[in-house]
Write a protein that binds this ligand. Structure first.
Ligand SMILES: Nc1ncnc2c1ncn2[C@@H]1O[C@H](COP(=O)(O)OP(=O)(O)OP(=O)(O)O)[C@@H](O)[C@H]1O
Ligand SMILES: [Mg+2]
Length: 251
């Protein structure tokens, strides 16, 4: 589904990503871990088109994507969340979900005029989908609340919901549970698993919490100084000597 070949990215003298190759299959949850500054977010920014790679190739769903713009990558079904919420704060949760929807026929004024029945159908479909997703994510009771009034964790859930309005094939999540209490962390994980089971898409998540990684990921990649240090099941990773030395700080 996602194939990364020999990606390199430098910032001045610093090689933030130094020859990373990896492959992510369909229909599963994959993890990316590594010390602070090891290049995880940089790699996600490159995959999603926000940074240009210096070298290497990226393929998604059989198509080369490393020269595409972020919105073109989203159109192909590869979406990401951001560390900081980008949902408009003075709109309700439900409005935010609808705003994120794909194929908003009514957006074009001419369409809105000429294709009224079609606009109405797509509006109904999006409304139904938005409500279903909010239920899955345990946000339905907040649908009429301004999204600015949500807690940090609820904003993260809303970000997930907004992405799922786009019917993604793969979602990149950068630290989805950072700064979130254990109950909400569980909600986020449960929400993620619910959504995944229904839609058969894949998740690729950056996460510092090994408990979270062990709970949800089938396979984990470990980055260290911009290079893949190890890959394997969460159990294998936790027993890997190189990983224990580099990441978990064992002497
Ligand atoms: N836009 C940028 N300009 C200059 N340097 C950058 C930029 N983005 C990242 N870096 C540097 O690249 C390195 C990798 O950063 P990155 O954010 O990818 O790390 P990370 O693995 O996500 O770390 P963390 O776990 O702390 O989020 C760091 O040394 C960082 O300072
Ligand atoms: Mg980061």
């Amino acid at each position: 589904m996602l194939k990364i070949e020999n990606i390199e990215k430098s910032f001045g003298q610093l090689k933030a990503v130094n020859g990373v190759s990896l492959e992510i299959e369909k229909d599963d949850i994959f993890g990316l871990i590594g010390p602070n500054g090891s290049g995880k977010s940089t790699l996600f920014n490159i995959i999603s088109g926000f940074y240009r790679k210096d070298k290497g190739e990226i393929y998604f769903d059989g198509e080369r994507i490393d020269d595409l713009l972020p919105n073109q990558i989203v159109e192909r079904g590869l979406c990401r969340t951001f560390q900081v919420s980008r949902a408009p704060e003075r709109m309700t949760v439900l409005e935010n979900m609808l705003l994120a929807a794909k194929n908003q026929v009514g957006e074009n004024p001419l369409n809105a005029l000429l294709k009224r029945p079609m606009v109405e159908r797509s509006r109904k479909k999006n409304l139904k989908k938005a409500k279903e997703l909010l239920s899955e994510l345990d946000l339905f009771h907040l649908k009429d609340e301004y999204s600015g009034n949500l807690s940090g964790g609820q904003k993260k859930l809303l970000a997930l919901g907004r992405i799922f309005m786009l019917e993604p094939k793969m979602v990149l999540l950068d630290e989805p549970t950072a700064g979130v209490n254990p109950t909400l962390t569980n909600n986020i994980l449960k929400g993620m698993q619910n959504l995944r089971e229904k839609t058969e898409n894949s998740f690729f998540i950056v996460e510092h919490d090994m408990g979270v990684i062990s709970d949800v990921c089938r396979k984990v990649f470990v980055l260290n100084s911009g290079e893949i240090l190890a890959e394997g099941s969460p159990e294998e990773i936790q027993q890997n000597d190189k990983v224990l030395d580099a990441y978990l700080g064992r002497n």
